[in-house]
Design a protein around this ligand. Sequence first.
Ligand code: PGA
Length: 251
Amino acid sequence: MRKQIAAANWKMNLTLNEAESLLKNLAESGVSLAGHQQVIIAVPFPYLILAKEKLQNVYDVGAQNCHAKESGAYTGEVSAAMLHSCGIEYVILGHSERREYFSEGFEELAHKVDICLKEGVRPIFCCGEPLEIREQGKQNEWVEKQLRESLFHVDATQLKGFIIAYEPIWAIGTGKTATADQAQEMHAHIRAVFAKEYGDDVANSISILYGGSVKAANAADIFGRPDVDGGLVGGASLNAGEFTQVIQGLK
Ligand code: PGA
């Protein structure tokens, strides 16, 4: 069975004390995971090493972004090599908030994907349509373009076991979750797009996470669909009890 993943995205939340206490609660409530299940906690940069330490042997830790260049005069930025050197193996790339508020485009994201793969940091690559595109019924084309423009220059061996997060923008932080049917429909489409480009073997190895107002009450239903391989969780990941129940919703 391909990896089933619950990933937490803390975004720009929590002070050090709050982060420490959430990490402690997560470590203490650590769920025993089956071999095909995984939990990744993506925290703000200043807490990465602390999170690694506190969640050792419990969950994996990820970053929420990195720069597209290897190193250099980019004040305030963090490179994939830095993440790797801190023992961080995962990074969220192309989150809709990065695309919208920091103008990250297809090409920049393609470079970020490349540098991460080169440095041995595995992307959780986000895609998803805004409300007006969903209302026009053009979400499949929209998402396919996001994948083609930033990912499909990568060769098949590097895409085996890749992690995608489908996050419809209208469902992020709004309390408005896509229905399990809507999620399954898009995830099946994404897998078909990979199959067309790279063949069934690669397509079936990819974990496609759903994101957008996932919480304890809806996780098991959404994750239960055949092409939904877990979730990327924002708001509900800031509470250890709630997030633990989300984890327990993994197949
Ligand atoms: P949300 O955020 O769970 O708060 O909707 C998800 C995300 O943006 O990753």
